[in-house]
Ligand binder design. Structure first.
Ligand SMILES: Nc1ncnc2c1ncn2[C@@H]1O[C@H](COP(=O)(O)OP(=O)(O)O)[C@@H](O)[C@H]1O
Ligand SMILES: [Mg+2]
Length: 480
């Protein structure tokens, strides 16, 4: 195994136009270290990694591998980058994806030694703990398995310093575990791993060192062992006012039944029996492929049951925060206002059915202010917002619709700690006798933070719903 160079970054600065994003980053990464890189959405984590990868150029600063000054690390075989877009080709096999761009293994002359290529691929995926036939097309893999293939490919090309940018934020707990275990093994083997994540437990359990970027500066650089959960949250949250007030969810009178699934089947879900009443926040969790999100679509009405029934009074307004923000959430080329008001336009229908544009604009701006969307001009484009801010806009759209039934899928996926707390507050504020909320999430923290009762979805059906106070995270994760 080749040795791992020491990576040193000095005085790195970067602005986009008048927006100064990184103002002087100094960091040194030792071999054999697992580093958690944290910070709010928009703090500059990805910008730093993209500069190191050579995708952006720095305005100032130097990058060194051992004593050698380099322009960037993008073309260095000892450095590997796993971006959120994994760069895999879906309809090619694991083996083909691994071998892509590498010297072909030859038998004689131009004849490929396919057997050796397949053996090499099998070894590479075994190193990251993936047990799959290497002829399996990548499209057939779970999101977690795809990430493992990307890691295997990077390691197979000789990478000793690995950057992993928010790869776990879209993964269910079990897949995140496999990935961090694989990364841990490479670190134990002498490599350096720099992993960006918003997940506190992951960072606390798996890393050796925590680096926090706040507003383009390193605000924390400490051994993980010296931090507990509370200490880490304190370091991540810039303003006192953003600190979590975890308090008990307010009790609320239970209202009448608003929607009921009766042996409803659709997509991978079913048969499902589920009754949602006003005043209750219900949480469902399960593995991808369990039909979890399809239950949300059935409740929302965007999927019709192929058998069974979804019983709801016709007048009930329902609204959905979809699970895949990037593809189902918003319209990138439209403004924040248009994305906010999109599904409740009749609200602003005035004289002669014309839209009361002024009022629509004021209401949209009011919502953007209330949700603390940054940048906060509602006429600005939606497409360039950071993930957490996009999530707030989609929330705002759902709030403006004032539904009686909320279906919130993966409400905190990929958002930073402060936004997560804000979203929890928003969800708790929805609790009223006439409103039912269904939270569907693979993140158990979502369920324990806001839900009154929690159920596990397995093979399309909802097991028993248990009051949240009668369960803890370990018990829940064991059931999933
Ligand atoms: N290509 C770009 N052009 C203009 N601004 C950018 C670009 N990439 C990132 N930014 C800005 O840089 C800041 C930091 O973004 P980013 O590094 O993606 O944050 P993080 O990864 O910490 O969430 C944000 O304000 C973002 O809008
Ligand atoms: Mg980022």
């Amino acid at each position: 195994m080749s040795s791992t160079p020491r990576l040193t970054v000095t005085g790195l600065k970067k602005s986009f136009g008048s927006n100064s994003v990184l103002h002087g980053i100094d960091l040194a990464f030792e071999p054999g270290q697992f580093i958690g890189l944290m910070g709010p959405n928009g703090a500059g984590k990805s910008t730093l990694i993209k500069i190191l990868a050579g995708l952006y150029s720095a305005d100032e600063g130097t990058i060194k591998l051992d004593d050698e000054t380099v322009r960037n690390l993008g073309s260095r075989r000892e450095c590997g980058f796993i971006h959120q877009d994994l760069g895999l080709i879906e309809d090619m096999s694991i083996c083909e994806n691994l071998r892509l761009g590498q010297q072909p293994m030859k038998l004689v002359g131009p004849i490929l030694n396919l057997k050796r290529e397949r053996e090499a691929a099998a070894e590479a995926i075994a190193r990251v703990g993936l047990d799959r036939d290497v002829d399996t097309p990548v499209s057939a893999l779970s999101p977690g398995e795809k990430t493992l293939v990307a890691v295997a490919r990077t390691l197979d090309r000789g990478a000793r310093i690995l950057f992993v940018d928010e790869a776990t934020s879209t993964l269910p707990a079990a897949d995140s575990r496999r990935l961090t275990d694989a990364l841990r093994r490479t670190v134990d083997d002498g490599a350096t791993v720099i992993m960006v994540s918003h997940k506190l437990s992951e960072i606390l359990d798996d890393t050796d060192r925590v680096v926090v970027i706040l507003d383009g500066e390193i605000s924390t650089d400490e051994p993980t062992a010296s931090l507990d959960r509370e200490g880490l949250v304190e370091r991540l949250v810039a303003k006192e006012s953003e600190m979590a007030v975890e308090g008990e969810a307010d009790a609320c009178e239970i209202g009448e039944e608003l929607i009921a699934l009766e042996a409803a089947c659709g997509g991978r879900a079913g048969p499902v029996d589920l009754v949602l009443r006003g005043g209750e926040i219900t949480g469902l969790t399960g593995l991808p492929g369990s039909g979890l999100h399809d239950i949300g679509f059935l409740v929302h009405g965007s999927m019709r049951p192929v058998s069974g029934r979804v019983r709801a009074s016709r007048k009930i307004r329902r609204a959905l925060v979809p699970p895949h923000r990037e593809t189902q959430g918003g319209i990138p080329v439209s403004s924040i206002r248009e994305n906010l008001t999109l599904s409740s336009l009749p609200r602003w229908r005035g004289f002669g059915r014309l839209l009361a544009l002024g009022q629509e604009g004021r209401d949209a701006q009011g919502m953007a202010d209330e949700l603390n969307v940054v940048p906060g001009d509602a006429e600005g484009p939606y497409g360039v917002l950071s993930g957490g801010n996009k999530q707030k806009v989609i929330f705002g759209r759902v709030l403006l619709k004032e539904p009686q039934v909320y279906v919130l899928c993966e409400p905190t996926r990929g958002v930073d700690i402060a936004t997560r707390m804000e979203i929890y507050r928003l969800i708790r504020k929805l609790r009223s006798k006439d409103v039912a909320v269904l939270v569907i999430s693979s993140d158990s923290e979502d369920l324990f933070s806001v839900c009154d009762r929690i159920g596990v979805v397995d093979d399309g059906t909802v097991e028993e719903l248990v009051p949240a106070e009668e369960m803890n995270t370990q018990q829940l994760e064991a059931l999933v």
